[in-house]
Design a protein around this ligand. Sequence first.
Ligand code: C5P
Length: 338
Amino acid sequence: MNQIGSKAIGSAPSKINLILRAGAIDDRGYHGLATAFEAVSLREYVVAEYFDGQATGYPSVQTLVYRVEPGVEPEFSEQLTQQFRGLDDRDHLAVRAAHALGADGRVKLTVHKTVPVAGGMAGGSADAAASLVAVNDLLGLNKHLDELQALGRSLGADVPACLVGGICLGTGHGDRMTLLREGAADPSYKCHWWVAVFMKQGLSTPKVFGVLDELRGDDGRSFSKDPEIGQRVLESLAEVPDSSSVSELLENQLQEPAFALRPELAAIGEHLVDLGCISWLLSGSGPTVVGLVANEEEAVRIASAVNANPPEGTRGATAVWGPGVGARLERALPNWTR
Ligand code: C5P
């Protein structure tokens, strides 16, 4: 710990919002949310290393991006990695998370990314969550999950969800977590399989919330500050194992505003149902569209069919499962990493 050459590896899941209800906007520009997150199997890995550098300033970061394809291991992509070169390290959520824990220029981070940027699956928040657990270990801070969540929510509303994992209820700004069902480390009989379709062009979360306010016509201020998800629905999220029951619960109030900005997204969802998905929805503020399926074979079959004939504007589909475990320390990186 705190020794030159020491190293820690953290990982954190991306997420799909099974339910997302938005309430009124507050003075800070955030909306009250009631949302059910499912942590899914696309994970970010952050390696934190301690070396002989400046005992001031911010940690440095290198980001490596991997392309994900159905049924095979992620593959490093020079093209996708390119977009991260030349960016200011201090804008990287993994760096801001490490710095919030007291890491300085002696800490070097390497982020192995599989989650799409600006895709509505909390990739940036997963970077922050994985960085928090890695740096907590590297610096020997022994901070508990509650403390990491408190730090995390100041970095981004989805960071606590990536820390906790499983299926959880998010209230407040979607950043106050109640765990409804534990996540698993590997796909089990109690998991849901999804086809995730990624878009070439991301969507800005503030913009989607802005259009929601416009569509409501009154800044949403007449809406309840704290929307709710009924107790019966929460109980079924904690218990129901099969995809068709989950399908009946899916709801996302950011879908309409996202479709107003990107009308092609609805057609992608309908295409997924034509290919055999039970149902579909937009992940968070989008633009990633996810289709729910009965099992892994279906997920791989449908994702491969999308890739064989990709709808315009998409940049690939893959199979993911949930609920997965929240952020955690790893002994080693997966063997597909560079
Ligand atoms: O917390 P985060 O940086 O991920 O949020 C990005 C933006 O999304 C916020 O600045 C805000 O415009 C919008 N947002 C919101 N209500 C929430 C969460 C996010 O309006 N509960």
